[in-house]
Write a new protein. Sequence first.
Length: 600
Amino acid sequence: MSPVSPPEPAEPADSRIPGWNQAGALPADAAEDQDPIEDLIREADENYLNGVASLHRGHDQDARRSFDEAVSIYLKAPGSLVDDPRLVEQYEDVLDSIHRAEVDARAGGVGELLVPAENLRAITAFLSPADAAREEEKVRARNANVAYDMPVEINKKVVAFIDAFSGPRRKLFEPGMVRSGRYVPLIRRIFREEGIPQDLCYLAHVESAFKPNAYSRARAKGLFQFIASTGRQYNLKSDWWVDMRSDPELSARAAARYLKALYAVYGDWYLSLAEYNGGSRVRRAWVRSGRKADFWDLARTTRIRRETRNYVPQILAAIVLHKAPEKYGLTTERAKPLVYNTIFLDESLDLRVAARLAGTTLEEMIALNPALRRMATPPDYRNFPLRVPPDSGERFKTELAKLPAAEKLPWYHHRVRRGETLSTIATRYGASVYAIQKANSLRNPHRISIGQDLMIPGSAVRVAALDSMPVSSGTPDGTRVTHRVRRGESLSTIARRYRTDVRSLAVWNSIADPRLIRSGQRLVVYTGTRAGGPAPTGSHNARAGGAGRQRTATTYTVRKGDTLHGIARHFGVSVRAVQSWNGLSGRTLIHPGKKLTIYR
């Protein structure tokens, strides 16, 4: 969504009929005078559209000629028109659109998903007028028995996008259809409660491809792509701790109320959608028409941007395809609906603690709470809505009431000032240097920079508790889990967390030097057990060389004719294990005299 202004108060009552605006072309008395700028821009646009059509037919030279002609029209404009702001703006717009169209064609149409709308600007009319007319009849026939709760006009522009999304752009469009299953039931319920058409929920496909954390170059975010200023007007808080634009429930309600406010101005859902995308520019164009133009009237002028001219047809195409995917050969697979309980918190709580209280994983808590930007709920947000898995709400409340005070102390946000050190910051908050270093994954406590943002734990006790906390309090001993190494972690801290020791982690993961682990590395861990205890089963390293028994290191000197395969077979271990123990890649050659460490 492009940056937009809040809707202005509705004009005094006029002759508008509430509901769908059935107006056709502008009446004669509202027709605009002949405008040479409009004529010039329209001619350039025709060449641009011909170029796009040629690109998608694979006729690159024809496309280049059409694009060159579009640019040439602007460059050859009469001197009296050169400085007109509309001409300058449209010239820059068409240059940008041509570049995007050519880049998109070279990429074979495979790139970013439809987030945000700026990635759709190069998609225009792919069909010749004759093909468009035939496809229009086919679409009308396919949709004869499909029910909509808002007017869905089928015309050549809409058909062009239906053809694009179900044809050349299918690989881009279908993943959003699958993801929609997670959010559409929630959005439809909210739109129904707010009194707007539920089929408008598919606006989120064009805006974000149903990605709650989608972020645009215009700094719009979330399923409905709010910029921060508009989001704040609809109670979507955005700060260092949270960005409620990414909360599916809250952003859907904000979008519904914003669209409803726009509808109060226009009495027309298409114009409301146009301003949702194009901002006050659409309002000015509509007012200039005497408040009589509908969206299609404005789309025939250059008073609204090309992106906005395409935006409403894209949404209508998305609605058509979502309501009857099987008729267009599109996937009917949908993600499971998002279901959760909401717990309202008045205090800061670490997400790892929250996961334990809810009896789930940290990953699940992060997925349920995409609005959280840190690993904790904010300390200054009254009634913060924390989402927890369904049926775990009562358990969460019970466990929260029993939580030790040391684990409930708040987090603080601190921005480093000139002259500060971790020591002075720790003293200010009553924390320890180690606690701050650990909470922020700082490798060197002496290297912090002015302006750096730090999370300050309310107590060093909390950090120690988190270090030793298992993934779930209900995880039985011997359970196999996978741990992803975070920045600043060591085998020692990981071992404490899972109630095991460093040597066992090294054995289970074929680590020759316990000091050499990297951020992002995945480790197999058996909770509450030791490598010298009962042998875990099913791990790669058990197959590679017996994870459950005590091992001792042996040094082997490579001889002439040796291979890694032969050495591994001799010692009864895997080639991969030998490579891991000795820091060898798949392409590393071994030479006579090289010493290898083998664990037996």
